[in-house]
Design a protein around this ligand. Structure first.
Ligand SMILES: [Zn+2]
Length: 247
């Protein structure tokens, strides 16, 4: 967001140099201030840096059965901009909504979002501010039934919510006690998925929410399917988790 604001302001300044009318210059400066203000309204300037570095995948590709085909690399490099455009449009508003709902903040440090073709699940390394997004299943060269790129944007948001909840841990949760017998991976996703649901509903994105629930529920192990079932047990079950995440 900060990078976006700076480049916008720079281009505004450059375009203002070509204007001769004082009123046009004044209007331009006012627009620049407004753009800057919009940037500040988002909570975390340039918080997330998306990158895909094929050489980072070299090691994982050496593991048995984990090779990465050249055509996958080619497609991901070709479609990285598609992902980034979607992220730039959606990511800041998703993060801002999470902060508005909970009254809590993402950590101010930049988070590296590494796209990967390794045969590993998307994951967050919250303590070091890095998240990894598995892009295999979004590729037409990998599967005949790829997930929508928008789902991968929501996956990045999911991983960022792990960082958010690491920095803002849930304290003394009655709901976690109630779900004490659930597997840890289910329990560690209840507040996260509830918050993700609250964000997507707040932003009037019911189709994105539907896709997230449907695709998450197909992931191996059934943990996400179970966690979504608990969060969606009743129309307002998720609100209890959101309330606990907002204390
Ligand atoms: Zn997760």
């Amino acid at each position: 967001m900060g990078i976006w604001s700076r480049s916008q302001n720079t281009s505004m300044l450059e375009s203002s140099l070509t204007l001769t009318s004082v009123s046009r210059i004044r209007a331009t400066l006012i627009s620049a201030v407004m753009l800057c203000g919009l940037g500040v309204a988002h909570a975390n300037p340039s918080l997330v840096k998306v990158e895909y570095l094929p050489r980072q995948d070299l090691l994982c590709a050496l593991l048995p059965g984990a090779s990465i085909k050249e055509e996958w690399k080619v497609e991901l490099l070709a479609r990285q901009a598609e992902f980034e455009t979607l992220w730039n449009a959606q990511g800041p508003r998703l993060m801002e909504a999470a902060e508005t709902i909970t009254g809590k903040r993402f950590p101010p440090e930049q988070i590296e979002a590494q796209l990967t073709l390794c045969n590993t699940p998307s994951e967050s390394f919250a303590a070091t501010g890095r998240v990894s997004i598995n892009m295999r299943y979004a590729l037409r060269s990998f599967t005949s039934t790829p997930v929508p790129m928008r789902y991968k944007v929501d996956t990045l948001f999911h991983e960022l919510l792990h960082v958010f909840l690491f920095k803002n841990p849930i304290q003394n949760s009655r709901l976690l006690e109630e779900n004490a017998s659930e597997p840890e991976r289910v329990r560690s996703h209840l507040h996260l998925l509830a918050l993700q649901k609250a964000v997507l509903l707040k932003l009037n994105e019911p189709d994105a929410l539907k896709d997230v629930i449907a695709i998450d529920s197909q992931l191996p192990g059934g943990y996400y399917k179970r966690a979504w079932a608990i969060v969606n047990a009743t129309d307002d079950a998720y609100l209890g988790y959101v309330a606990e995440a907002s204390r």
